[in-house]
Structures are given as C-alpha cells and as structure tokens.
Design a binder for this molecule. Structure first.
Ligand SMILES: [Zn+2]
Length: 820
C-alpha cells in the first residue's frame, strides 16, 4: 500500500505526449473541410505508394547519436501528404546503433537491454519524419533488379495493415510540423528487433530531451512506457531555449464548472495565453479523456478545429489519451496574447457509495499545459446544495438558491495547479496565527472500506444449546457500528495545526492564508496549494485503521508521516516547485524529510524517526520481480522513469524514501559536532525557499545553494562544492557496503586512541562519502567519534577518547549503507 501522495508532474509538453510515444487521436468539432482536418485525415490514412518501392542495400542514415543500417531489404515510401513524404516502411535485414552520451543513460539502457550500447538487428522498421529522411533514403535506394532472386512481390499487401495500425499514433506530431515551425524536425523509427522485440527510437527536436529510446512493456498486466535512455540532442544542447517546452504559455484560467445531481460535469474554461512560437498552429492541452470537448473558440468567437485523445474503452492504447489539440487558423507571433474558450462535459466524479464522491481526474479536470506551469486561477462551481465543495484559492463568493450552490475561488498568487474536492462534508475551522485551517470529512465511509470493516468485525462466536440437548458453536453476526470519518475532524485539525506551527518554526511563514484538508476515498494523499487531499483511513481511529489492514509499525508510522508530508508540500512543491521530472525529489524527497523532522520532535520521536528510516532502507534494499534491489533501479535524478516494467515501485521508493535519506545524511554532515546544532542545515533550507519562491528550481540550483552553507569539513575536493555528495547520492545509484576494522589502545590514564580502516564496496570506485563512526561505552551509550572520508581506496581514522569504547561501528542510523 503506497501511502505517500504526490504532486506528480505530467510531462505534457514535448517530452512524452507528443514525441516518440504514439497517441491515437480522434477528431471532433470544427469546420468540415478545414485544412488541419483534411491533413490530419490524410496522415491517418496514408499507405505505401505502390510506385515507390525500392531495394535498399548497404545504406545508412544518422540522426544525432543514432545510426541505422539498412543492410539488405526493400523500402516502400508513403504517399505524399501536403506535397511531402512523411513515412516509409523498410522490411529486411537492418541494424540500429545508439551510444548514450553519459554513464547515467548507459546504465539506464543496460537495465533494459543488458548492454550500455544499443546495438540491435531488426527485421522491419516503420519510419515517420518531418526532416530530410525521404530525400536521403531515396538517394540511396535502387529500383529492384528484375534479374534478382528477391523481389518485393506483395509488399504493399503485406505491410499495409501494419502501416494503417501505426499511423494514427503519429499524425498529430507530424501535423504540428506541417502546419508550424519547421526548424525543430521529428524523426521516429519503430523497430521489430531480433532480440529485443518491438521498440522505438526518436529524435524530436521539439522535446527538451530530443533523443530517446524505449518500449511499451507489461508487468503484472500493468502497461509501462519504459524509457531506456533519453537525453538532449547535440543541436538542442547549443540552443539557448532548450528547456522551453511547447509553444504556448497559460497566464490565467477562468473556469466555470457545473456538477449535476448525477455527478456529471460540464465545464467552460477561458484560457489567457501567450504565444512562444512564431509559426505554430497546433496547440496541445492535457485533459481527461473522460471529458469530451464539444467546442473551442478563439476570442472572436470563431470555432476552431480540435483533435482529442480517444475516450476510455475505445482504444487499446488508452494510455496517454488524456489530451486535446487545437488548430489555430493562423500562427500567433511570439509574445502575443490571445484567448481560447473550451467547452467540455463528461464524468470524472464517481459515487463510491454511502454518498462519498471521488474526483478521479485530479490533474485533468480542466484543459491545462501540465502541472507546475504556474498561472492564476478564477474558479466558479455550481453544484447541488446538499454538497460542500472545497477548492484551491480564496473563497470569494458563496451563495445558495433553489437547491443549488455556487462558489467562486481565486488564487492569491500564480499556482502550479488547481483542484477541488466535494462531498456531503462536516467541517471544522481552526485558526493558527494568520492561517485558517479547514478540515472536511463525510459522516460515512466509502462502500469499499465499509465492506472491509464489516467483514473484519464479523468474528464473534457463541455457544448454542440445540433442541437435541447437544451444544454447538456458531458465528454471531456482530452489530457493526459504521465507520465515521467526520468524528475525528478535531484531531485531524489539531494534528495539522501542530505540523504547521512546527514547519513555520523551521521554514518560515505558511505560504498561504488558508489550508483546507479534505477527505478522499482511497489510500493516497495529495498536497495541492491550500488544499490537502487525505484518504478516509487517515480520519479513522487507530483500532479501526488496524482492523482495516493498516498493520505493522511501518504502516502506522507512514500513515502518521503522510499528513505531515502533504502539509509540507505547501512549502516544498507549491511555494517552491521543481523544474523537470529529474528534479521532482526537490518536492517529494523534501516533503518526506520534512515529515520525518516533524515526527522526530513528537513524543518518542527519535525512535519513530529511526524506525522510519530503517523501514525506508529495508524497502530500498528489497528485491524487484527481476531479482535486483529496488534502489539499483537508477539514480534519484531519473525521476518518473524509475517506475517501469522492471521496477514498478521504483519511483515511490527512490524519489521519496532514498531522497529522504539523502537529506537526512546532508543534515547529519552539516550538524555542528561541538554543539549538535542543525541550524546550518535548516537555514540553508529556509533560504532556499526565499530564493526560489514561486519558481521551479533544478537539482543543480539546489546543489549550488547547499554548498554555500557547508561547513569546511565537507569541502572534500577543496573546490567549495558538494558535487561529490550529490554525484554519489542523487546523480548516481548504489548503496555502499562498508567494512570497519578498529583497535583501541591506552595512551595513559583516561587517554585512549582508537584507529582503524574502512573499506568501501558495491558502489562505483569514484563514490566518496564522509562516514560517521560511533563508539559504544559501557551500557550502550553511543557517542559519535567523527566523520571519516572514505572513497574507492578506502579510508582510515584515528580518534582520541577519554574512555575505552566497548564497540566501534559505522553509524547506520545516520548513513544509508550496509556495514559489517
Ligand atoms: Zn508528496
């Protein structure tokens, strides 16, 4: 059970949605016969031109670091669309070669292919492109020799079904170029590999990481898009705006949402946009495919052409279908501002029993450009007046009339995301300084939880005297008292108040005027600006939590930590965001460590924190279905890629739990050995929040910032940088094993010297760490002797003490390592 919630950044723009990974579009609305629609239809239906089939031998093309060899086979070019050839199918013997640019990407590739270099024979390749591929291959192709024993007989018939099936996944990306900028071309090849099966390689200059290779794979019936490697192209590396994603920015949203008695949603969203390209006409937005867009109009009221991901159930590739594309009649110059009005409807709210409602599309209930793209929000909701609705932002209006309620919520600053939750809630208000805490929960629990509750309580037995005079034992159906989430509103409010007070003492003022905490069905939480979603389980008393399966010390600790984790997101994730998926640990790892610090100062906190860290270490060291440790799935820096078919839980373990450990170790290293004060570490975090308020820093931003606060002892490389630490723990993977050998001898009365060596293994040879060493005296009193610099060559130490330690060891409570 994953109890940690997340603000999960969806890579809407470029990186995943529109680059190498096919999405299937369905078109709706717009003007019949418009150019975008005609072109789109044409692209979907392209087939191999029977007059364009050639022999290809010993031919080769290169795209960035990718080389494709067409050794011996036939190629059929597609019919032209808009006067251009945008595809070809090659059948025959070929080979693809890709050498990733660095050890991280080589390591990642090796996880999936058992080799740091992609070198694979293939039997066919489906190619799509908006670059010079057709021209290049045409120059290398030859008309089949009628004397040759091999002929392309039946080529079109054999390959047309494959072409027709694959086409729709690429049409939108190609349309984007045909109608827009031509200086960031697209090339993708879908291969049938001899050893690796189906996989794709893409070079998409619109994506921040243009070059990628990967495949769709299944694990326990879950579908994963495995990214084998992904990195910027040589062209994009030299581009000053290589991190710019997409071609439009949303400045503000005005969203009108009506929720009917049957929980269906009707939405109207006005987006104020700013163009970031001179030529792009196709704009893509994230929107749940359960919501169908009926029309999109520009500021003059003109209805625009729209393309939308297929509705659920209509496509085998429902994955990645949550988007809508809009074709502008003409491109808007860079910097120009314009408006788009979306109208959509559908079902994203479900009744999960006993009146409890669940909003399933947290991230796609309105058209947006992806999480973490900060914008202003003005939200209006209309809903049946038996419900209470709570949203992100300040509630500036609320009224009730004829069975309907209306409320309006306005963000005080640019928010990374907007959301709402609703139900037949009871609520409590509490004031902490200038911050209002509101807590909302239903009086009953969702049906699934209530069923588990009833099943768990039906265990009574009684002895019955039968008419025959015999005694028998039979089960008694106990009277089950229903779960009552709203009964604990006060406790939840009190817990939130304690967390806020503590975090304010560490990180500075609460970033917003209010915080609403609302119950949601299920088992995960989320911490959005001014709105925390907490699962029903967190609103139940401990005996009921235990009865419902929250068993064991670790699960209970994680549940306690979850409330604190979600509240910490107000600082980490909302006030300060993160730049890309690589930097997501700046939100999740920091929220997890904040929660640990919070636990630490509670009653018996040191023990709870130690238990939680040990539990995290245990989870990181546990094995994947493939038999390797979860932690070895890759460095924290890989972000969402860490969850894949080989390591389904990689992301939540590495980006939450390992990153929590990394911050813990950094705090230990920055703690003043003389006073035991962690003031330096806390000041570093507090100043980071001030320096990056309302913006999205990168991992490198944090590393540079942290180095300014390090004590001299941490300057291992004498260059005023902490790169050695972050190279080991964030950019690199691996948990080191240390072997300590120590001897103590007396120098005189009350004078001892303990000296020894530490050997390092199981990590790359350039892995360096300052290893805390502890001595045990008498009856288990532990004292830190100091930090020992250990590298691939090992390390040695010599400490003077006034008493003779009974035992000297690596401090495993403060170091993510295995020692013996
Ligand atoms: Zn989180």
């Amino acid at each position: 059970m994953e109890l940690h919630g997340s603000i999960k950044k969806t890579l809407l723009c470029g990186a995943v949605l529109l680059s190498c990974w096919p999405v299937v579009a369905q078109q709706t609305g717009g003007q019949p016969g418009s150019r975008p629609r005609e072109l789109f239809n044409q692209l979907n239906n392209l087939s191999i031109d029977p007059g364009q089939i050639y022999a290809l031998r010993g031919a080769q093309i290169s795209r960035d670091r990718v080389k494709i060899y067409f050794n011996r086979g036939f190629i059929g070019f597609f019919e032209k669309a808009d006067g251009e050839t945008t595809g070809a199918l090659y059948a025959g013997d070929g080979e693809v070669l890709l050498v990733p640019p660095n050890s991280t990407e080589k390591g990642s590739l090796a996880q999936f292919t058992q080799s740091a270099v992609l070198e694979e024979r293939f039997s066919f390749a489906y190619l799509r492109f908006t670059d010079q591929t057709a021209k290049e291959l045409m120059a290398l192709a030859r008309i089949p020799d009628p004397e040759d024993s091999e002929q392309p007989t039946g080529f079109v018939d054999q390959w047309s079904p494959v072409v027709r099936r694959l086409n729709p996944g690429f049409s939108l990306r190609i349309l984007e170029d045909l109608l827009g900028e031509r200086d960031r071309p697209y090339f993708v090849a879908q291969f049938q590999g001899v050893n690796l099966g189906g996989f794709a390689v893409a070079v998409d200059e619109r994506a921040p990481e243009a070059v990628s290779a990967g495949a769709t794979r299944f694990s326990h019936e879950n579908r994963f898009t495995d990214i084998w490697c992904s990195f910027p192209s040589r062209t994009s590396e030299t581009r000053s705006d290589s991190l710019a994603v997409g071609s439009v920015k949303v400045d503000s949203y005005k969203i009108d949402t009506r929720i009917d008695a049957d929980n269906s949603l009707q939405g109207h969203a006005e987006l104020q946009l700013e163009s970031e390209s001179n030529a792009d006409q196709v704009l893509v937005f994230l929107l749940s495919n359960r919501l169908r867009v009926s029309e999109v109009r520009d500021e003059e009221g003109k209805q625009l052409e729209i393309f939308q991901g297929q509705p659920p159930g209509e496509s085998a590739s429902a994955f990645g279908a949550d988007w809508v594309a809009v074709a502008l009649p003409s491109a808007r110059p860079v910097g120009s501002r314009f408006r788009l009005d979306f109208t959509y409807q559908g079902r994203v709210i479900s009744d999960v029993g006993n009146g409890v409602l669940y909003v399933s599309a947290h991230e796609g209930w309105y058209p947006n450009r992806g999480l973490n793209m900060r914008a202003r929000y003005d939200l209006t909701f209309r809903y049946p007046d038996r419900l209470t609705l709570v949203a992100t932002g300040a509630r500036v209006e609320e009224s009730s009339e004829a069975g309907w309620k209306r409320s309006r919520w306005v963000s005080e600053t640019a928010f990374p995301v907007a959301g709402f939750n609703l139900g037949p809630y009871d609520s409590r208000l509490r004031k902490i300084g200038k911050t209002t805490i509101e807590v909302y929960a239903t009086s009953e629990a969702e049906a699934a939880l209530e069923r588990r509750h009833a099943a768990a309580t039906r265990t009574g037995l009684r002895t019955v005297l039968l008419p025959s005079g015999r005694l028998t034992v039979e089960p008694v159906p106990k009277v089950v008292k229903p779960l009552a989430p709203s009964a604990l509103l006060d406790q939840v409010a009190e817990g939130a108040a304690r967390a806020i007070r503590y975090y304010e003492s560490l990180f500075g003022p609460f970033p917003y005027p209010r915080l609403a905490i609302a119950q949601i069905p299920g088992e995960f939480g989320q911490g959005w600006p001014e709105l925390v979603y907490l699962p029903t389980l967190s609103f139940l008393p401990e005996p009921e939590q235990t009865e419902l399966g929250l068993v064991g010390k670790m699960q209970k600790l994680q549940d306690r930590a979850m409330v604190a984790h979600e509240i910490a997101h107000q600082w980490w994730g909302n006030e300060v965001g993160w730049r890309s998926t690589h930097d997501q640990w700046l939100s999740e790892g920091f929220a997890s460590y904040s929660a640990l610090l919070y636990l630490m100062q509670e009653k018996d906190g040191q023990r709870m924190a130690t238990d939680l860290l040990r539990g995290y270490k245990h989870d990181l060291m546990s094995k994947t279905p493939e038999g390797s440790t979860i932690e070895s799935g890759g460095p924290i820096w890989l972000g969402e890629r860490l969850s894949n078919s080989q390591n389904p839980d990689g992301y939540s373990n590495i980006v939450y739990k390992k990153a929590c450990w990394v911050l813990h170790m950094l705090r230990v290293l920055m703690t003043d050995p003389a006073t035991g004060s962690d003031e330096r570490f806390i000041r570093m975090l507090r100043d980071f929040l001030v320096a990056y308020r309302d913006s999205n820093p990168s991992t490198d931003d944090f590393i540079r910032h942290a180095a300014k606060y390090m004590p001299p002892a941490l300057d291992l490389e004498h260059n005023h940088s902490l790169n050695w630490f972050f190279d080991a723990w964030v950019y690199g993977a691996g948990i080191p094993t240390y072997k300590l050998k120590a001897t103590t001898r007396a120098l005189g009365p009350d004078k001892y010297v303990t000296q020894g060596t530490i050997e390092q293994s199981d990590v790359p040879s350039d892995f360096q760490m300052l290893v805390p060493v502890v001595a045990t005296y008498g009856r288990g009193k532990n004292v830190t002797l100091g930090l020992v610099a250990v590298s691939g060559e090992g390390g040695h130490f010599r400490f003077r003490t006034s008493a003779k330690p009974s035992h000297v060891a690596i401090d495993e409570d403060n170091l993510l390592a295995v020692s013996h």
